[in-house]
Design a protein around this ligand. Sequence first.
Ligand SMILES: C[S@@+](CC[C@H](N)C(=O)[O-])C[C@H]1O[C@@H](n2cnc3c(N)ncnc32)[C@H](O)[C@@H]1O
Length: 252
Amino acid sequence: VKRLYIVGTGPGAAEHLSPAARVALESCTDLVGYGLYTDLLGDISTGKNLHTSPLGQETERARLALELAASGRCVGLVSSGDAGIYAMATLVFELLDREAKAAWQCVEITLVPGITAAQAAASRVGAPLAHDFCAISLSDLLTPWETIEKRLTAAAEADFVLALYNPISSKRRWQLPRALQILSQHRAPQTPVVIARNVTRADESILVTSLAEVDAENVDMLSVVLIGNRETRCVGPWVYTPRGYAAKEPQH
Ligand SMILES: C[S@@+](CC[C@H](N)C(=O)[O-])C[C@H]1O[C@@H](n2cnc3c(N)ncnc32)[C@H](O)[C@@H]1O
């Protein structure tokens, strides 16, 4: 069969790759992905044809994966975290939609979920995502900043816990401070903020701070930033968002 697995490899360390992802990748003849992610796969990639490309060539990577699969290879297209979250999966469907090449129609596509950065980050500090939350990417490379700002404002007003992906990069410095400014208009200064960098990778660092004290200098493109809602609080080193059980318990 002509097969394409679109696989989320989890946030980093191999032990966070799901058994289903491992089985899928082991059955592949070819792996397509950004170099850093295929490196993190370790022994799974041994003996396979590796097609790595630099960041920023996502469409070409998706096209290559489809072409290889259509030519009869068993292909694994890998993304870190979950491949459906700010990652490669959607590019495959966009190509199928826009170009509808006959050769691609007979490729069997299977997606395998992975642990996304926000979940991995949350697990390091407690249960910050325990109530309604949303993910917003601060990258304005593909989305106009106006749209991002509207979503930030709406999420802040509606009291969602936020997970900010792509919070900062060497070329995008002002977006995170601006996002924090918007959040501060709707949330208390002591609202917990978590800066989780390289979660489950060798140089992981986790910083729990607050909306008033957060320093964008501690954040880079390998970080995800979690911002609590109006209920989110700390207990010792932990951060959690209550679901409301305390209010339901009988009063003593
Ligand atoms: C293009 S997005 C890819 C997201 C990925 N598909 C996922 O589900 O986690 C890249 C962003 O994900 C976040 N990220 C990915 N892996 C991470 C990790 N191990 N630790 C912290 N943040 C991570 C960062 O915000 C980074 O800028």
